[in-house]
Design a protein around this ligand. Sequence first.
Ligand code: MLT
Length: 328
Amino acid sequence: MKRLLVLAAAVTAIFANAQTFPGSKPISFVVPFAAGGPTDRVAHDLAEAMRKSMGGGANFVVENVGGAGGTIGAAKVAKAAPDGHTLLLHHIGMASAPALYRKLSYKPLDDFEYVGMINEVPMTLIGKPQLPANTYRDFENYIKANAGKLNIAHAGLGSASHLCGLMWQSAIKANEAMTTIPFGGTAPAMNALVGGQVDLMCDQTTNTTGQIEAGRVKAFAVTTAKPLSGNKLLKDLPTLQEMGLKGFELTIWHGLYAPKGTPPAVLAQINAALKVALKDPDFIKKQEGLGAVVVTDKRVEPAAHKAFVTAEIAKLKPVIEAAGKFAD
Ligand code: MLT
């Protein structure tokens, strides 16, 4: 707690000396997906924590700019004024989009200043309540027995839910077995799943935990390499590796980005506030309650997060090419 107070005092001192930033203009967290989804959830929780870590002097707003798997919102921030008042809160889509979109209107590594990484989030494979399956084995057999009749929801090409579905369908060799139904985010997709309008989806625990607990959807597996043994709700769900999908591993991460050209002093202030926020007990409690793990290692540093995303782009390219689904 003492370290937190010292860090908070250092951040306050930085802001006390700031000539202009943040000033009275609000800081906008652009979320490239619909309100109510997992990315939006992280944004609201982080905005609350950063409002505190900036000594209450900054006003944050969350702006949802959905569509095209997060690329519309990302493009908006790439072109925004580089003054620290428009930030992109995005996820693994920063790394998957280059392999999925032949004509991406921004360069993830060149058109942004990297502020730092926020968290890591497991994904769960879930189905509508009416599905006649209760174990992963029954679920996969049902999918294969109903090839061409089922649909899988996601948040657009390049979204985390799309990437997970792509990897999973490729792993069980069911690429043509299902129709994919895109939404502006996994909040509307979840509504359709709970309502039985779509059959299945892969989504982050930050969005699925509540629905699973309420029995509104069925959960079949987790996408992490290891079981979520620390999570009382999800600890008994098998991993896809345990279900025979060799080497299957997918963990979603979120990061914070500013337009290229944002002044280093402003970036340093935002990164300093992010570091304090990531140590905020309330923020950690909220995130861990939804299965997320808050970043505590060097990836919270701008250069380290950029190196991480660079490696993720290289890692995902062959995975996506193997699954063979691209956008023009
Ligand atoms: C995703 O699938 O990329 C996200 O879950 C979308 C969202 O946050 O709504």
